[in-house]
Design a protein around this ligand. Structure first.
Ligand code: FES
Length: 434
């Protein structure tokens, strides 16, 4: 067999070349030889999936605006759903627009099906981002498989698609969905509380990755933490051999014991702290902690909502307002944590079937890193469910909170934002048409 010069190139060089290729090019390269197939399926080349754009022959990583005229098309599709039947013939004698749309849907469905069948089993575990916004052919079954095949996915956008609760039935199973930090369900009008329950379940099982380790990992165990988890470990940054030191924690006085810990360890020695009780801990009041920034404090325990339940409303309001003063501004990286530590962005805009029960599922799970929450168009929620959820999100700046203007008795009404759907034609809003 005659070999060309390119066959003698090291893998690293070919991989570098492949890194400039788009998904279509990579698929072509994968057909050249078994060696190229292996290299083209390298995980470093498949961080992001954009099958909806690929089906439109938009192979480059150009972002498209979400609130464009496409929204109008999507509304029409929702109102006049087309039966997804791969064997169906296109009615060439009918309306050209209808036929064109059928072709587009079939093409996209074909792309999604083949991606799930052939591509994801090879590269799924490397995928970090999946953009399925404005998909006209995404089905529950396909999304469920995508989530299962991409357990390390951090970004999922299914804006304006027809998915419903069953798409999320595999959440948290085999690590599915536990690394999500950006979830956009805007305009998914079939989503109900059951989806939020499944998302909450996946968030409960988010693994703790901080240097300070709590022996409890799952929420069920964490509820028992005060009974038998009386020891924390902390890691100093000086790199000394005794880098791990144990710290006896008094289960009845966590903040007081934390102060003692800070007294014996200079602030500079801290890399991070993980403790559920720290959400109410004001670092500025503690001796020796002035240089310890709250951004280095994280919450891994999911029993936060249990504590919130026994706090008075006054306490809740005080906590919320204090939090807002120091709230970080960056939506995408506000808490300075590893991106695999829970949801940071959640949009349920236009999901009008969601009720307080769904919000309470999230509140019980606790969303310690959430820094953006859009509940615009959620017509059925009330101030009770909203306050419960907000109090389980210690990192949520109220300026990044959106909800229906008609919800009354919300204690932070003067700080939070109103509904974002007033001017949006494509998402549900109780004031549309006023
Ligand atoms: Fe009530 Fe938009 S949903 S104002």
């Amino acid at each position: 067999k005659k070999q060309t010069q390119i066959d003698h190139m090291p893998d690293e060089v070919i991989l570098k070349m492949f890194s400039y290729f788009n998904a279509q090019d990579l698929c072509h390269c994968a057909c050249v030889s078994s060696r190229w197939n292996l290299l083209a399926m390298d995980g470093s080349l498949w961080k992001e999936l954009r099958p909806v754009q690929w089906a439109k022959a938009n192979w480059d990583n150009e972002s498209t605006s979400s609130d464009s005229d496409d929204d109008v098309d999507v509304i029409e599709q929702l109102l006049n759903p087309v039966t997804l039947d791969e064997d169906a013939d296109i009615d060439e004698s009918g309306d050209w627009v209808q036929s064109h749309r059928c072709l587009q849907i079939r093409h996209e469905l074909n792309m999604l099906t083949k991606m799930v069948k052939y591509l994801l089993p090879q590269i799924g575990k490397f995928v970090k981002r999946c953009d399925l916004a404005h998909s006209c052919s995404l089905t529950n079954n396909l999304l469920c498989k995508i989530l299962q095949l991409c357990p390390n996915m951090e970004y999922l956008d299914v804006t304006q698609s027809c998915i419903s609760d069953s798409a999320f039935k595999g959440m948290s199973l085999n690590g599915c969905g536990i690394r999500l930090n950006h979830l956009d369900l805007s305009g998914c009008i079939n989503v109900t509380d059951l989806t939020l329950q499944r998302i909450a379940r996946s968030q409960k099982s988010v693994p703790c990755k901080n240097t300070m380790k709590c022996c409890m990992r799952s929420s069920r165990k964490c509820r028992k933490r005060s009974a038998h988890c009386s020891r924390f470990k902390y890691q100093s940054s000086d790199g000394t051999p005794d880098v791990y030191k144990s710290f006896e924690q008094n289960k009845d006085d966590n903040c007081g014991q934390l102060t003692k810990l800070i007294d014996i360890c200079t602030p500079q020695q801290f890399q991070s702290i993980t403790c559920s009780e720290l959400q109410d801990w004001d670092s500025s009041d503690k001796k020796g902690s002035t240089e310890l920034e709250m951004t280095s404090v994280s919450v891994c325990d999911r029993s936060v909502s249990q504590q919130d339940k026994i706090r008075t409303n006054e306490d809740k309001l005080r906590t919320t307002k204090n939090r807002n003063k120091n709230a970080p501004e960056d939506v995408n990286n506000s808490c300075g944590l590893n991106s695999s530590q829970g949801l940071q962005y959640l949009s349920l805009s236009g999901c009008y079937l969601i009720t307080d029960s769904g919000l309470r599922f999230l509140a019980e799970a606790g969303l310690p890193c959430l820094s953006y929450l859009d509940l615009s168009g959620c017509l059925s929620i009330t101030s009770n469910g909203l306050v419960d959820l907000i109090n389980s999100c210690p990192r949520l700046p109220l300026k990044n909170l959106y909800y229906c203007d008609n919800i009354t008795n919300v204690p932070f009404d003067d700080i939070a934002n109103g509904c974002r759907n007033l001017q949006c034609k494509s998402r549900v809003c109780c004031r549309t048409g006023e």
